[in-house]
Design a protein around this ligand. Structure first.
Ligand SMILES: C[S@@+](CC[C@H](N)C(=O)[O-])C[C@H]1O[C@@H](n2cnc3c(N)ncnc32)[C@H](O)[C@@H]1O
Length: 495
């Protein structure tokens, strides 16, 4: 069943729901406790988890209804919500009254300071996910949220908003967020979440990718999209695979998205794309991004053979019950890849920044996820990469550098005959992507002197004077270190 329209949901006064959750202790922590309990009990039916969950009657009722998808007695729930709110939720199709009691149309889970919604996990309901299934916040949602460059006061476009988490996150600093989806049920779920999370600057539009936002050409400061990127033969689950063949969805976003960016705007999309051998993993998105007026950072997380890719997604889709009614067949997937000439599939992200002038492109393989919010790091990397276009080793020696916040020096000592001696030094970011850089022991003397005031050439002279050496022989190494620190975003140019 599809709940009421976004307009009706956004227009309703549902503020008492957040208050009831707060009063009764239905929080992120209580939901995590239930999740741990479910795992510890070996994913039993939800009523078994509920029996083992020790909490007040009110918290048990919220947990049963909103987290576990169970039917609860109306006489338990109505007093917790209050009559008017209860009736409003029923009227909006978000609660259903039946002879057995009341059940919720959507799960509501407190997360990251918001009240987020989603369809109940197929593992809980025992029913296969329908074509309009609304996914919860998953690892890919978090990956894209971490890549988001904050554009305070700007206009953010979240394409394929699903449960709306990215729109909610961006609404904290955007003046206006427009969230779209082809799935009307997802839009209603996101609107429910936006309403009960108390956000007022998010609007919804229904339609495919840029179709409903033609009026926003050249105006967006940030465009986000975590599209349905699984490359599989039967693309009919809109939340996982979309309805397009192969990697068309990300191609579409990279080719068309830049026209919707304001000057200086950012576009971040996740996706899976196909290519022919291991070495050419960046070629496909690079072809799409060429000539779009943007600097481009193509990030690879992992590349797969078609067989490994197919098996991993078939396992995932089967595990979460997404394809219980139409089990995927490995051979069909492999034939499909064969028919399209696909030899490798890469999972990654493309970040684009609209900038006048000569644009650059850069490719990195980042196997690990970012540690927390990588947005400021992404912005710094782009700024540095643009500066690097004009920086030679000689020029960088004339510049002062400042280490970025969160840069860590990891100095390891190893025991040898003379006692412990420094064995390796790695510089890495502790906020964002680590971007590890192994350096020689001497580099420490340089990094510790970076203060945004002394140019690298002066630092070379100081070190030479301290050790009785020759600054001109140190300079090339220090210049290369400076360029590498900038390239990896470990430092920025002062002034
Ligand atoms: C992988 S989910 C991502 C949801 C959410 N943004 C997140 O990050 O968790 C993909 C979403 O894209 C939507 N979608 C699929 N095809 C679309 C299209 N052609 N245009 C817009 N949205 C689409 C799906 O309905 C689904 O909500």
């Amino acid at each position: 069943m599809t709940p009421a329209s976004t307009q009706d949901i956004l227009g309703a006064d549902l503020s008492a729901l957040a208050a009831a959750f707060h009063r009764d202790g239905y929080t992120e922590a209580s939901c995590e406790e239930v999740q741990s309990l479910t795992r510890a009990l070996g994913l039993p039916p939800p009523d078994v988890t509920l029996r083992a969950f020790k909490a007040s009657p009110a918290l048990r009722t919220h947990t049963a209804l909103w987290a576990l998808g169970l039917t609860v007695p109306e006489r338990d729930l109505a007093p917790l919500l209050g009559g008017p709110l209860f009736e409003r939720l029923v009227g909006l199709g978000l609660l259903h009254r039946g002879p057995e009691g009341v059940r919720a149309e959507l799960s509501v889970i407190p997360s990251d300071g918001f009240l987020t919604t989603r369809d109940f996990d197929a593992v809980l309901t025992g029913k296969p996910a329908g074509d309009d299934y609304v996914l919860g916040i998953g690892p890919s949602t978090r990956r894209l949220a971490a890549l988001m460059v904050p554009t305070p006061g700007g206009l953010t476009l979240d394409l394929g908003t699903g449960q709306g988490f990215l729109a909610l996150s961006a609404s904290q600093w955007s003046s206006r967020v427009i969230a779209t989806d082809v799935n009307r049920r997802a839009l209603s779920a996101a609107a429910f979440s936006v309403n009960i999370s108390g956000r007022t600057n998010i609007e919804f539009r229904e339609g495919s990718y840029f179709e409903p936002v033609g009026d926003l050409r050249g105006q967006c400061n940030l465009i986000l999209c975590n599209p349905p990127f699984v490359i599989q033969p039967s693309g009919d689950r809109v939340c996982f695979t979309g309805t397009e063949r192969g990697d068309r969805c990300i191609q579409h976003l990279v080719e068309e998205g830049p026209a919707y960016l304001a000057p200086g705007g950012w576009l971040s999309v996740l996706g899976n794309w196909t290519h022919t051998d291991e070495a050419d993993w960046a070629d496909t998105p690079m072809q799409w991004a060429r000539g779009t007026g943007c600097d481009v950072w193509i990030i690879r997380r992992q590349s797969w053979s078609p067989r490994a890719y197919a098996q991993s997604w078939i396992d995932e889709l089967t595990r979460n019950g997404a394809s219980a009614d139409r089990p995927p067949v490995l051979d069909e997937w492999l034939e499909y890849y064969e028919s399209l000439g696909i030899r490798r599939i890469t999972m990654g992200a493309v970040v684009m920044h609209r900038r006048a002038g000569e644009n650059w492109a850069r490719f990195d393989t980042l196997f690990s996820d970012s540690v927390g919010d990588a947005g400021p790091q992404v912005a710094q990397l782009f700024e540095n990469q643009t500066a690097l276009n004009d920086l030679t080793p000689d020029l960088v020696l004339q510049r002062a550098l400042v280490p970025v916040r969160g840069l860590e020096i990891d100095l390891r000592h190893r025991f040898a005959e003379q006692g412990f001696a420094p064995a390796s030094i790695t510089l890495r970011n502790t906020v964002g992507f680590p971007m590890p850089l192994s350096v020689q022991l001497g580099a420490l003397e340089v990094v510790r002197r970076l203060d945004g005031v002394r140019p690298l050439a002066e630092i070379a002279r100081e070190i030479a004077a301290a050790h009785g050496g020759d600054a001109s022989s140190l300079a090339p190494g220090i210049a290369n270190l400076g360029l590498e620190l900038l390239r990896l975003g470990h430092a920025r140019l002062a002034g």
